[in-house]
Write a protein that binds this ligand. Structure first.
Ligand SMILES: Cc1cc2nc3c(=O)[nH]c(=O)nc-3n(C[C@H](O)[C@H](O)[C@H](O)COP(=O)(O)O)c2cc1C
Length: 196
Protein backbone atom coordinates (compact mmCIF):
# COMPACT_ATOMS: atom_id res chain seq x y z
CA UNK A 1 0.00 0.00 0.00
CA UNK A 2 1.18 3.55 -0.73
CA UNK A 3 0.61 6.10 2.01
CA UNK A 4 -0.79 9.63 2.02
CA UNK A 5 0.14 11.48 5.20
CA UNK A 6 -2.85 13.37 6.65
CA UNK A 7 -1.23 15.72 9.12
CA UNK A 8 -3.32 18.03 11.29
CA UNK A 9 -3.37 20.14 14.43
CA UNK A 10 -6.66 20.67 16.27
CA UNK A 11 -7.60 22.13 19.63
CA UNK A 12 -11.41 21.91 19.61
CA UNK A 13 -11.76 18.92 17.32
CA UNK A 14 -13.10 20.36 14.03
CA UNK A 15 -9.83 20.08 12.12
CA UNK A 16 -9.41 16.57 13.53
CA UNK A 17 -12.83 15.57 12.18
CA UNK A 18 -11.91 17.07 8.79
CA UNK A 19 -8.67 15.04 8.83
CA UNK A 20 -10.64 11.83 9.44
CA UNK A 21 -12.86 12.62 6.44
CA UNK A 22 -9.81 13.41 4.27
CA UNK A 23 -8.38 10.03 5.34
CA UNK A 24 -11.65 8.35 4.33
CA UNK A 25 -11.28 9.96 0.88
CA UNK A 26 -7.69 8.71 0.57
CA UNK A 27 -8.81 5.17 1.31
CA UNK A 28 -11.44 5.27 -1.47
CA UNK A 29 -8.51 4.91 -3.87
CA UNK A 30 -7.40 1.31 -4.41
CA UNK A 31 -3.89 0.66 -3.15
CA UNK A 32 -3.73 3.87 -1.12
CA UNK A 33 -3.89 4.17 2.66
CA UNK A 34 -4.00 7.20 4.97
CA UNK A 35 -1.38 7.81 7.67
CA UNK A 36 -3.16 10.06 10.21
CA UNK A 37 -0.73 12.11 12.29
CA UNK A 38 -0.78 15.21 14.51
CA UNK A 39 1.74 17.62 16.04
CA UNK A 40 2.31 18.46 19.74
CA UNK A 41 1.22 21.73 21.36
CA UNK A 42 3.92 24.33 21.85
CA UNK A 43 4.32 26.88 24.63
CA UNK A 44 6.19 30.12 25.20
CA UNK A 45 6.97 29.00 28.75
CA UNK A 46 9.23 26.11 29.68
CA UNK A 47 7.17 22.98 30.25
CA UNK A 48 7.81 19.32 30.95
CA UNK A 49 8.56 17.46 27.74
CA UNK A 50 5.45 15.97 26.14
CA UNK A 51 5.02 12.23 26.26
CA UNK A 52 5.79 10.56 22.96
CA UNK A 53 2.16 9.45 22.61
CA UNK A 54 -0.69 12.03 22.60
CA UNK A 55 -3.52 11.62 25.15
CA UNK A 56 -6.02 11.41 22.29
CA UNK A 57 -6.21 11.57 18.51
CA UNK A 58 -3.56 10.49 16.04
CA UNK A 59 0.10 9.74 16.89
CA UNK A 60 2.64 12.55 16.56
CA UNK A 61 4.22 12.92 13.15
CA UNK A 62 7.88 12.01 12.63
CA UNK A 63 10.42 13.06 10.05
CA UNK A 64 10.27 9.50 8.69
CA UNK A 65 6.54 9.92 7.92
CA UNK A 66 7.53 12.62 5.42
CA UNK A 67 10.01 10.26 3.77
CA UNK A 68 7.64 7.33 3.38
CA UNK A 69 4.46 9.16 2.31
CA UNK A 70 3.55 9.48 -1.37
CA UNK A 71 1.44 12.59 -0.72
CA UNK A 72 0.46 14.95 2.09
CA UNK A 73 -2.76 16.64 3.20
CA UNK A 74 -2.11 19.29 5.84
CA UNK A 75 -4.80 20.74 8.12
CA UNK A 76 -4.75 23.53 10.68
CA UNK A 77 -7.24 25.80 12.43
CA UNK A 78 -7.15 29.38 11.18
CA UNK A 79 -5.17 31.61 13.55
CA UNK A 80 -5.19 35.29 12.56
CA UNK A 81 -5.64 34.26 8.94
CA UNK A 82 -2.71 31.86 9.05
CA UNK A 83 -1.87 28.35 10.26
CA UNK A 84 -1.59 27.62 14.00
CA UNK A 85 1.84 27.86 15.63
CA UNK A 86 2.18 24.14 16.50
CA UNK A 87 1.89 23.24 12.81
CA UNK A 88 4.32 25.99 11.78
CA UNK A 89 6.70 24.84 14.53
CA UNK A 90 6.67 21.33 13.07
CA UNK A 91 7.21 22.61 9.53
CA UNK A 92 10.15 24.67 10.75
CA UNK A 93 11.74 21.44 12.00
CA UNK A 94 11.75 19.83 8.55
CA UNK A 95 14.95 21.30 7.12
CA UNK A 96 16.63 17.88 6.88
CA UNK A 97 13.68 16.63 4.78
CA UNK A 98 13.86 19.85 2.74
CA UNK A 99 17.59 19.48 2.05
CA UNK A 100 17.11 15.83 1.06
CA UNK A 101 14.11 16.58 -1.17
CA UNK A 102 11.92 14.02 0.59
CA UNK A 103 8.69 15.83 -0.31
CA UNK A 104 9.76 17.11 -3.72
CA UNK A 105 7.46 16.04 -6.56
CA UNK A 106 4.78 14.68 -4.21
CA UNK A 107 1.19 16.08 -4.24
CA UNK A 108 -0.14 18.13 -1.32
CA UNK A 109 -3.54 19.47 -0.28
CA UNK A 110 -4.63 21.78 2.55
CA UNK A 111 -7.66 22.18 4.83
CA UNK A 112 -8.66 24.53 7.64
CA UNK A 113 -11.34 25.33 10.20
CA UNK A 114 -12.23 28.92 11.20
CA UNK A 115 -14.74 30.52 13.57
CA UNK A 116 -16.06 33.11 11.17
CA UNK A 117 -17.24 32.74 7.60
CA UNK A 118 -14.98 35.52 6.27
CA UNK A 119 -12.22 35.22 8.87
CA UNK A 120 -9.40 33.98 6.68
CA UNK A 121 -10.20 30.54 5.26
CA UNK A 122 -8.52 31.36 1.94
CA UNK A 123 -5.55 33.27 3.39
CA UNK A 124 -4.81 30.36 5.74
CA UNK A 125 -4.94 27.81 2.93
CA UNK A 126 -2.84 29.97 0.59
CA UNK A 127 -0.20 30.69 3.24
CA UNK A 128 -0.01 27.00 4.18
CA UNK A 129 0.96 26.30 0.56
CA UNK A 130 4.10 28.43 0.75
CA UNK A 131 6.38 26.11 2.80
CA UNK A 132 5.12 23.12 0.81
CA UNK A 133 6.10 24.87 -2.43
CA UNK A 134 9.56 25.44 -0.92
CA UNK A 135 9.66 21.69 -0.31
CA UNK A 136 8.94 21.18 -4.03
CA UNK A 137 5.45 19.76 -3.49
CA UNK A 138 2.77 19.86 -6.20
CA UNK A 139 -0.28 21.68 -4.84
CA UNK A 140 -3.68 20.07 -5.36
CA UNK A 141 -6.79 22.24 -4.95
CA UNK A 142 -10.50 21.53 -5.12
CA UNK A 143 -11.90 21.82 -8.67
CA UNK A 144 -15.33 23.29 -9.41
CA UNK A 145 -16.34 19.89 -10.75
CA UNK A 146 -17.05 19.19 -7.06
CA UNK A 147 -20.67 20.44 -7.04
CA UNK A 148 -20.57 21.47 -3.36
CA UNK A 149 -18.04 24.19 -4.14
CA UNK A 150 -20.77 26.20 -5.89
CA UNK A 151 -23.66 25.38 -3.58
CA UNK A 152 -22.00 25.57 -0.14
CA UNK A 153 -23.35 28.14 2.30
CA UNK A 154 -20.74 27.11 4.89
CA UNK A 155 -17.05 26.35 4.22
CA UNK A 156 -15.27 25.07 1.13
CA UNK A 157 -12.88 26.87 -1.22
CA UNK A 158 -11.00 26.10 -4.45
CA UNK A 159 -7.79 26.23 -2.38
CA UNK A 160 -8.97 23.33 -0.22
CA UNK A 161 -11.75 22.30 2.17
CA UNK A 162 -12.66 24.60 5.05
CA UNK A 163 -15.12 24.56 7.93
CA UNK A 164 -17.17 27.45 9.33
CA UNK A 165 -17.04 26.53 13.04
CA UNK A 166 -18.94 29.48 14.60
CA UNK A 167 -18.05 31.87 17.42
CA UNK A 168 -17.90 29.08 20.02
CA UNK A 169 -16.18 26.68 17.56
CA UNK A 170 -19.06 24.26 17.99
CA UNK A 171 -20.92 24.17 14.64
CA UNK A 172 -20.94 20.64 13.22
CA UNK A 173 -19.40 20.09 9.79
CA UNK A 174 -22.05 20.60 7.08
CA UNK A 175 -22.61 17.84 4.53
CA UNK A 176 -20.99 20.06 1.86
CA UNK A 177 -17.90 20.54 4.04
CA UNK A 178 -17.69 16.81 4.73
CA UNK A 179 -17.99 15.90 1.04
CA UNK A 180 -15.26 18.38 0.11
CA UNK A 181 -12.91 16.88 2.74
CA UNK A 182 -13.47 13.39 1.35
CA UNK A 183 -12.98 14.68 -2.22
CA UNK A 184 -9.67 16.29 -1.26
CA UNK A 185 -8.34 13.08 0.28
CA UNK A 186 -9.42 11.11 -2.77
CA UNK A 187 -7.89 13.62 -5.20
CA UNK A 188 -4.50 13.74 -3.49
CA UNK A 189 -4.45 9.92 -3.30
CA UNK A 190 -5.34 9.61 -7.01
CA UNK A 191 -2.57 12.06 -8.01
CA UNK A 192 -0.08 10.32 -5.66
CA UNK A 193 -0.97 6.96 -7.21
CA UNK A 194 -0.44 8.28 -10.75
CA UNK A 195 2.90 9.84 -9.85
CA UNK A 196 4.35 6.93 -7.88
C1 LIG B 1 -5.38 32.72 18.67
C2 LIG B 1 -6.54 32.39 17.79
C3 LIG B 1 -6.69 33.04 16.58
C4 LIG B 1 -7.78 32.78 15.76
N1 LIG B 1 -7.90 33.44 14.58
C5 LIG B 1 -8.99 33.23 13.81
C6 LIG B 1 -9.17 33.95 12.59
O1 LIG B 1 -8.30 34.71 12.14
N2 LIG B 1 -10.32 33.75 11.89
C7 LIG B 1 -11.29 32.89 12.31
O2 LIG B 1 -12.32 32.78 11.66
N3 LIG B 1 -11.13 32.14 13.43
C8 LIG B 1 -10.00 32.30 14.20
N4 LIG B 1 -9.83 31.57 15.33
C9 LIG B 1 -10.80 30.50 15.65
C10 LIG B 1 -10.33 29.09 15.18
O3 LIG B 1 -9.91 29.12 13.85
C11 LIG B 1 -11.48 28.11 15.30
O4 LIG B 1 -11.80 27.98 16.67
C12 LIG B 1 -11.20 26.76 14.67
O5 LIG B 1 -12.39 26.30 14.10
C13 LIG B 1 -10.68 25.73 15.67
O6 LIG B 1 -10.41 24.50 15.03
P1 LIG B 1 -10.26 23.17 15.89
O7 LIG B 1 -11.65 22.76 16.33
O8 LIG B 1 -9.67 22.17 14.95
O9 LIG B 1 -9.36 23.47 17.05
C14 LIG B 1 -8.75 31.81 16.16
C15 LIG B 1 -8.57 31.12 17.37
C16 LIG B 1 -7.48 31.41 18.19
C17 LIG B 1 -7.33 30.65 19.49
Amino acid sequence: MSEVLVLYYSRHGATQEMAQLVARGVEKVTGMTALLRTVPEISTVCEAIKSSVPDQGAPYVSSDDLVRCQGLVLGSPTRFGNMAAPMKHFIDSTSANWMSGHLSGKPAGLFTSASSLHGGHESTLLSMMIPLLHHGMLIVGTPYSEAELITTTTGGTPYGPSHFAGKESNYPLSQDEKNLCIAMGQRVAEVAKKLS
